[in-house]
Each structure stands twice: as structure tokens, then as C-alpha cells.
Design a protein around this ligand. Structure first.
Ligand SMILES: C[S@@+](CC[C@H](N)C(=O)[O-])C[C@H]1O[C@@H](n2cnc3c(N)ncnc32)[C@H](O)[C@@H]1O
Length: 311
């Protein structure tokens, strides 16, 4: 038995019949289906964010207004955003902002979109330095990108000085714009510098914390990443040579030179890299025993060590 096709106007993913308005629910469903046809599954959440942005409301409010008509002007503003998302542009670049811990950061393709794992790196650093019970600490965030780590440490931690380093001048423009959004007390703590890893620091400049989420993706892994990452995010923020370990190894080599005695080195690493990074730390005189922490998905993603005496 063949079933009778439902009339198009009854189908929630079809455009409304001529003369009837789009409603919030119909537009959400239709757009989610549209993204699915473009190869983006699970697009509903992004569509909700885009429509909430256009209607100047929240996702929760959308749920309370499913039958609200969406006017022609609103539709005209929504369409280009949906088309950008269909072109695989990440939601955060379309909206120009990303949430990171307590911060709303400006982001665009000059900087990596900060990831939830990196929020955990910040959490791990804050937990450790709070145990010290001291104020006015200093930190350097190597490869600062949007400034996510440096600005969070300044806002949330007992820091009197935080230096964010990046070799990308374009990324530092974004980081500086994000610093300008902080409260004055936190803003004054942070300084950004252009340069190559720890070479960007002054001779004899030392810190209580060296923290980094450096590039650690191999070329082979990079080729397999989603178009959102490959086509939009800066590749120099992601890819490192030597099985993805080159930048991490340089940081481990150089960190004891800039860490104060007892200071903390905290590194985000890729899946499967923690053991190799821990070994590199064990082989570096001046660094104590490495500690590996898991992220919320249970993968070893953070490796930490203290500067030991006798560097
Ligand atoms: C994975 S992103 C991290 C961005 C930001 N810290 C975050 O966690 O979202 C790595 C950053 O390191 C920077 N970078 C790569 N190689 C570098 C180098 N040799 N010296 C300084 N910065 C570098 C890139 O420009 C990029 O901003």
C-alpha cells in the first residue's frame, strides 16, 4: 500500500504556503533540514543561535515563541547567516564571538576558536596556583591566539602580571580587542607580545607559570579535520611538525629557563600525545615529575610539571 504524500503546507520543513508567514518553529525546522542537506548534521543548535541573534533574543526565549511570525526583514537578515553556515563557516565566526569560561571573546578567522578542553587547562592552572596561597603571580601564555587563556587567568586568578605571546600579529590584534573588553583591574595585568614562543620574552624575565595550548595536530590529522576547521581556522594555530610534537618539545626545552623555582609548566596536548610529552619532561633536567590530567571525555589532554631545583 502506498501512503498518500502529505500536502507541502502541512510539512514542517517546507516553506509556508504563499501568504502565510514563517514562524520561529517552521524556520528552525526548515533551516535544520537545509543544513542537513548541505552535509551538516545536528545543525539545529546552530540554527537556534543564528535565529536568536537575528531576533535579538535568547535560545530559551525562542522555545517560548515557536508560533511567533518571522517578518520579511528578519528573514532577510537571517538568510545570509544561514548561507554562511551552509558554507561551513563556524557559528562563532558568523556571530563574531565565542564563550570561554567567564568571558565573551571576539573571534574571527585570524584566531582559533577557543575550545572547551582549554577551559579545563585554565581550571587546572587556577587550582594549582590557588594551592600556593600567594597573590601577584606572573604567567606567560604561549600562543595566546584570541587571548582566551591569558585573559581568563587575569580575570579569575591571583595574577599581577600575565604576558600573552603569539607570532601572529593578526591574532594579537584580536587578543588586544578582547583585553579591552575586560574590567580595568584585570586589563591592566595583561600584556601581549609578538614573537616566537619563549624567545618573545626579555632576557632574564621569569614567571611563576608557563601555560600553553600550542599547535599539536599532525599534517595527516589536519587533512581529516572538518571543513569548518580546515577551511576557516588558521592552520598555523593547529599544525606542528614532528608528529605534532615539535612546538611542545621546544616549550619543554625552554620552559625551565623562564620558570621561577617551583613554577608551573602546564600544556594542552593532543589525544595520544600525553605519554610522549611526559617522557620529554622526564628527560629535561630542571623539570620535576610530570602529571597528566584527563579532560571531561576521559582523554589525557593536560600535562603539567614544576620547575625543580638545580636548573
Ligand atoms: C592552538 S592555538 C591556541 C590559541 C589560544 N591560546 C586558545 O587556546 O584558544 C595556537 C596559537 O599559537 C600560535 N603559534 C604557533 N606557533 C607559534 C610560535 N612559534 N610562537 C608563538 N606563537 C605561535 C598560533 O598563532 C596560535 O594563535
Amino acid at each position: 500500500m502506498t501512503s498518500t504524500p502529505r500536502p507541502a503546507f502541512d510539512d514542517p520543513v517546507s516553506p509556508p504556503p504563499p501568504g502565510s508567514p514563517w514562524t520561529v518553529l517552521r524556520l528552525l525546522r526548515w533551516s535544520t533540514q537545509y543544513l542537513a542537506e548541505k552535509g551538516i548534521n545536528d545543525g539545529r543548535l546552530d540554527v537556534e543561535h543564528l535565529l536568536a541573534h537575528v531576533l535579538d533574543t535568547t535560545r530559551l526565549e525562542l522555545y517560548l515563541a515557536f508560533e511567533r511570525p518571522v517578518g520579511p526583514d528578519e528573514l532577510e537578515r537571517f538568510k545570509p547567516l544561514l548561507l554562511q553556515r551552509a558554507g561551513r563557516k563556524p557559528l562563532q565566526y558568523i556571530l563574531g564571538r565565542a564563550h570561554f569560561r567567564e568571558l565573551e571573546l571576539e573571534v574571527d578567522p585570524r584566531v582559533l576558536i577557543p575550545r572547551p578542553e582549554t577551559e579545563e587547562l585554565v581550571e587546572a592552572v587556577l587550582a594549582r596556583v590557588r594551592e600556593w596561597g600567594r597573590e601577584g603571580l606572573s604567567a606567560v601564555d604561549v600562543g595566546t591566539g584570541s587571548g582566551a587563556i591569558a585573559l581568563s587567568l587575569a580575570r579569575e586568578g591571583p595574577f599581577g602580571r600575565v604576558v600573552g605571546v603569539d607570532r601572529s600579529a593578526a591574532a594579537l590584534e584580536v587578543a588586544r580587542a578582547n583585553r579591552a573588553r575586560l574590567d580595568e583591574s584585570a586589563r591592566e595585568v595583561v600584556e601581549f607580545r609578538e614573537g616566537d614562543l619563549l624567545d618573545a620574552l626579555e632576557p632574564a624575565e621569569t614567571f611563576d607559570v608557563v601555560v600553553s595550548n600550542p599547535p599539536y595536530v599532525t599534517q595527516e590529522e589536519y587533512a581529516e579535520l572538518a571543513p569548518e576547521v580546515r577551511e576557516w581556522e588558521p592552520s598555523e594555530a593547529l599544525v606542528a611538525s614532528g608528529e605534532g610534537l615539535h612546538v611542545l618539545q621546544r616549550l619543554i626545552q625552554d620552559a625551565p629557563e623562564v620558570l621561577r623555582a617551583g613554577g608551573l609548566l602546564a600544556l594542552e596536548v593532543g589525544s595520544g600525545q600525553a605519554e610522549g610529552v611526559a617522557d620529554a619532561i622526564r628527560n629535561r633536567a630542571g623539570l620535576g615529575a610530570p602529571v597528566t590530567l584527563r579532560d571531561l571525555s576521559g582523554r589525557d589532554r593536560i600535562v603539567m610539571a614544576h620547575r625543580s631545583d638545580g636548573t
